[in-house]
Ligand binder design. Structure first.
Ligand code: SAM
Length: 253
């Protein structure tokens, strides 16, 4: 097996084990832990009657949000059979087109078809960012938008000790971030740490025009909350001082 296939298989098996921890977490209208929501940011325009594709649909709650906003067609790709099973329950009252496949693989999804392709906290798991963005570009109609959120690229490097922040590894080196025990499920998983410029340049190379780049802040109602000092990976304390997420809107012109 090639290295990327091995990594995909390891992560797929890991996601099958951790899926139940993510039921409805990291889903629209939210853009991720301690980040503003779609209600605050208004990145999507009209959703009613639009064709949408969710990359890494997880528990299906983002697609459910799209359904509630009147989307005409609900499509999604996720490589975990377990997630697909959960999403089918979440979306049981809706007609969907859900595919169990890696986002970085050509599986014959329609080209130049979607008004919106979006992804909430899944893109960073890709083993091939350029191929993923090229595929997403090909799925969009001209004038369509790709909106995604992921950890702010500096975030996985940031550690804190007694509330003081430091970098635990070089931001310059885009090495793998390994998890031996993700969500306590004892399954090895890994994704590549990438710089902000790597994401932005991969979008540009795929043909996108970048319309918005947001380094998240905490939602308005948490801005003035006095957060308890915390060294946790995600915490209100940390997110009030440093963007937890990057949220990007790119357009196919
Ligand atoms: C944090 S969850 C996303 C949650 C989702 N936004 C929701 O609305 O529930 C990340 C998802 O990415 C999927 N994933 C990770 N790597 C993938 C890949 N290479 N191809 C397809 N799906 C992938 C996982 O199976 C998981 O469902």
């Amino acid at each position: 097996m090639k290295l990327t296939e091995e990594l995909l298989e390891k992560n797929r098996s890991g996601w099958n084990a951790v899926a139940h921890h993510f039921n409805g977490q990291d889903a629209l209208p939210g853009y991720g832990p301690y980040a503003q929501s779609e209600e605050e940011l208004q990145l999507f325009g009209e959703i009613a009657s639009k064709k949408v594709l969710d990359i890494g649909f997880g528990s299906g709650h983002s697609l459910k949000y799209m359904a509630e906003k009147g989307a005409a067609e609900l499509w999604g790709v996720d490589f975990s059979e377990e997630q697909k099973g959960i999403a089918e329950i979440t979306l049981q009252d809706h007609l969907t087109h859900l595919f169990c496949a890696p986002m970085e693989t050509e599986i014959g999804l329609p080209k130049a078809y979607f008004d919106y392709v979006y992804s909430i906290y899944a893109i960073g798991w890709t083993t091939d960012l350029p191929a993923t963005f090229q595929l997403i570009y090909s799925y969009l109609k001209v004038g369509g938008s790709f909106i995604f959120s992921w950890d702010h690229p500096l975030y996985p490097h940031m550690k804190s000790e007694d509330g003081r922040f430091y970098l635990d590894a070089s931001y310059q080196e885009e090495g793998m971030l390994q998890f031996d025990n993700f969500k306590g499920e004892n399954k090895p998983m890994a994704f590549q740490r990438r710089k902000m410029s790597t994401y932005l340049n991969a979008l540009i190379t795929a043909g996108f025009t970048i319309e918005r780049v947001i380094e998240s802040d905490v939602p308005a109602d948490l801005k003035d909350v006095k957060a308890e000092q915390s060294d946790g990976y995600y915490s209100l304390y940390k997110a009030q001082r440093f963007p937890a997420a990057m949220i990007i809107k790119a357009v196919k012109k």
